[in-house]
Ligand binder design. Structure first.
Ligand code: DCT
Ligand code: MG
Length: 396
């Protein structure tokens, strides 16, 4: 009952620990096992529920605000709300009143108003207004297609388009190859990937790289390196010790994937790396390494517990995979950058700039007119005077 009640409220950010507790409680009741319920337990259950709901409501509300500003490309509030969400997520205590919130770093006036509203009414009127907004709903729907960014989504919205069928039926809309494939594989790609599927992709990519370039090194990066259970794609770094050879790796890998009938789509961006361009002050700027954005065919038989992972009867599903191929001496910077999370990268660069007067990006770390060398991520943390953080600690 409690679980259904929580789900019924549409809460997404429920801490597992509490849910396990509730599971045990209701299971015991259902099975007729005696559960000694004392008043203090009931008080505890009520207390946990109200704090779970508050922090969950707050996280959900902040997620909507971040997404809304991302979709409408309003950078300032997007960054401010993301920072506030990270800080509130990492608090060792739960917010139960406004007291003490003024002292929290990165929690500004607007977030404090949001907290106040949620504490007082259990909901945010601003967030409810956004959720009901037609433009927000349409931009969210359109940008869920691979290859469609906020600009294209807004252009279609302003043309009066509101649904996929309207886009596909409009003779004036020219879809590029990426968007055509985004629509073609929409159902599979919008499902995201589990960690088991990511491991299967890792095995396929690993075998492919070993076949075409036995001396190359391939490592998992992105959200799955941070230990995430779900992700929208699987990211890899491939490199080789032979100077200049990294640029030929991706075409070789894509060729082999094609031969195996596993390549459904590829967009390859050759390297534009030139020393004068690094390091880059703008976070949004893509790095200059050779990279490719792929859609691969993942066979269900390759996934542990495969049956439920792919659509029944088809035997495979489409998955998004990104590969980046930096020169070996840039490997550590690429790994630190591509491991994410995006918010962590943003904050780390800001720390380097503001606290250390250094410049950090996916290519290099720059200090007083010189580039600092790094073989591993640990070297970069050490240059920044920071304790090493494991990938799972970078989920902010
Ligand atoms: N990244 C970067 N420069 C950018 C964009 C992203 O260096 N302009 C980094 C940050 C995270 C990493 O690349 C992988 O990006 P995503 O795959 O988008 O994120 P993720 O953390 O892997 O999460 P998911 O794939 O589940 O959305
Ligand atoms: Mg990823």
């Amino acid at each position: 009952f409690l679980w259904e009640w929580l789900k019924g409220r549409g809460l997404k950010n429920l801490p597992t620990m509490h849910v396990v507790g509730i599971g045990w409680f209701t299971e015991s009741m259902k099975e007729g096992r005696p559960v000694a319920v004392e008043t203090r337990h009931l008080i505890q259950v009520r207390y946990s529920l109200s704090t779970i709901c508050l922090s969950s409501l707050l996280q959900d509300a902040l997620e909507v605000l971040v997404e809304y500003h991302e979709l409408t490309e309003i950078e300032g509030p997007r960054v401010a709300y993301s920072r506030a969400a990270s800080v509130l997520k990492s608090l060792p205590w739960t917010i139960e009143s406004m007291g003490g919130t003024e002292a929290l770093p990165c929690v500004g006036e607007k977030t404090r108003t949001l907290i106040q509203e949620i504490l007082q009414y259990g909901r945010s009127f601003e967030v409810e207004k956004i959720l009901a907004d037609e433009r927000y709903q349409t931009l969210k729907l359109f940008t869920s297609v691979f290859g469609v960014g906020p600009k294209t989504a807004d252009k279609w919205y302003r043309r009066g388009l509101r649904s996929f069928s309207q886009i596909l039926a409009d003779p004036d809309v020219q879809l590029n190859r990426m968007q055509q494939n985004g629509f073609l594989h929409y159902t599979d790609l919008s499902r995201g990937l589990s960690a088991a599927e990511a491991r299967a992709v890792e095995a396929v990519v690993g075998e492919t790289v070993r076949t075409v370039a036995p001396n190359a090194r391939v490592v998992l990066t992105g959200g799955f390196r941070r230990g995430k259970e779900f992700g929208h794609d699987v990211d890899f770094i491939v490199t080789t010790a032979e100077p200049g050879r990294e640029n030929s790796l991706l075409p070789l890998i894509m060729g082999r994937l094609e031969e195996q009938g596993l390549l459904l789509f590829q967009a390859h961006h050759p390297s534009t790396l030139a020393l004068k361009k690094i390091p880059c002050r703008r976070f949004e700027a893509m790095d200059y390494y050779s990279k490719c954005f792929l859609i691969l065919k993942l066979e269900g038989s390759r996934v542990q517990g495969g049956g439920q992972a792919v659509p029944a009867g088809r035997g495979w599903r489409a998955v998004r995979v990104d590969l980046v191929a930096p020169p070996i001496e840039r490997f550590a910077f690429t790994q630190l950058g591509w491991t994410g999370s995006k918010q962590f990268e943003r904050d780390l660069r800001r720390f380097a700039r503001v606290e250390r007067n250094m410049l950090l990006d996916n290519h290099a770390l720059f200090d007083k007119n010189q580039f600092l060398a790094a073989v591993t991520e640990k070297d970069i943390f050490a240059h920044l005077g920071l304790e090493y953080m494991e990938p799972w600690q970078r989920n902010a």
